[in-house]
Design a protein around this ligand. Sequence first.
Ligand SMILES: CC(C)(COP(=O)(O)OP(=O)(O)OC[C@H]1O[C@@H](n2cnc3c(N)ncnc32)[C@H](O)[C@@H]1OP(=O)(O)O)[C@@H](O)C(=O)NCCC(=O)NCCS
Length: 410
Amino acid sequence: MVFIGGDSLEHLNITNIVHDLALLHVLGVRLVLIHGGRPQLDSALTDSVMHEQRRVTRAEDMDIINGVYGQLRSQLEGLFSTGLPNTPLHNVEISVVAGNFVTARPIGVLAGVDHLFTGRMRNVDTARVNTLLEAGSIVLMSPMGYSSSGQAFNLAAEELAADISVALNANKLIMLDELKHLTNSSDQRESTATPTSLQILIGANEQISTTTRMRLDTMIQAVRGGVTKAHILSFQEDGGILQELFTADGVGTQVLEEATGPVRAAKAKDVADIVEIIRPLEEAGVLVRRSRDRLEQEIEHFLVAELDGVVVGCCAIYPFEDEAELACVAVHEHYRRRGSGVAIGANLLRAAEAKAGSYGSKRLFALTTQTQDWFIDQGFVPTDVSALPTSKQSLYNWQRGSKVVSKPLS
Ligand SMILES: CC(C)(COP(=O)(O)OP(=O)(O)OC[C@H]1O[C@@H](n2cnc3c(N)ncnc32)[C@H](O)[C@@H]1OP(=O)(O)O)[C@@H](O)C(=O)NCCC(=O)NCCS
């Protein structure tokens, strides 16, 4: 799936972009293209009302919007009709098919503003799109959708690109933008990001334009929705798409879901990372304070979770008689799960259960002041202090008043 915004369509390099896409098509890559048209609509509808970067589409705007999208579609169809000039494949015929694949609904009233004929995708006819792709066509979509009564709705092109790439279970989403790639705080290119690290990069970089932000959000949505990789790269760079796809380093920034990182035994070199994760939680009273010395001495009790080679979570397992205590469970605040993403806490717990099992423990227990519900979600049940192993009961801090939870180990 390739998103070609209105800005890309206005740029001279669009001819080269189309040639590269034609080449990919000839090589057997199945292509769905979604074009935008924001700058063209801005010129055609000078009195348009925008609300939070979204156009409010009035009934009288629809003819103009249809005209603008029709022109842009025709521009792309024309460019594909030239095939692959100056190559041995110059006579190749490329079939581009556009159509009414998308059904839409009005997005309605947002923050008190009725968006009228601005819509959101309801459904895309994936069966028909796949049949066309299998038959060797490129599918071209404009950001329009139709209701069952035949009413046309103007859709946000970026949002549609995310929705369709998820619905089609696309392998890749390529967003063409004025941005060449993302950079980190040292102004160096980030060739790869995860949805979470991308969110952090966007938050920390005020230079990124609103349009680019919207496109980066699209990439996050797509990858979180199951698209394997999303790429952002410049529409100004001749050969950019081919370089991004076929060179080891690429030229843009690719976003892919956090691989479920391994959980492994902690080593002495992990102490600094563990301290960084747990200090804020100790200061907030969520975790009991552990000195650096104590961490160093007890490091063999710890497990750490890694993502992209970075330590992002930890926990400790202490055997007590025929049971084991799970303590110091913590995930770095940037990597905690919010609705989606990788369940690092749950992964740590699974590894902790295996480690406790290897000690011959029959039960895993934990003491918690603020996280009882998370443990219960993970299969623990509330228990009484008196149910703790006797050697642990004598260490129980009545002032702290932690709740006790436990889980039998099979
Ligand atoms: C608890 C913790 C380890 C979970 O790690 P995680 O990788 O974010 O979580 P998981 O993916 O396993 O689980 C996420 C779910 O737990 C929920 N959750 C996280 N903290 C919670 C809490 N204190 N109480 C109840 N639910 C909680 C999240 O809302 C999320 O719910 P969802 O799946 O419905 O969206 C992490 O939130 C953390 O480090 N918290 C601070 C330290 C802490 O409280 N440790 C326990 C000390 S005893």
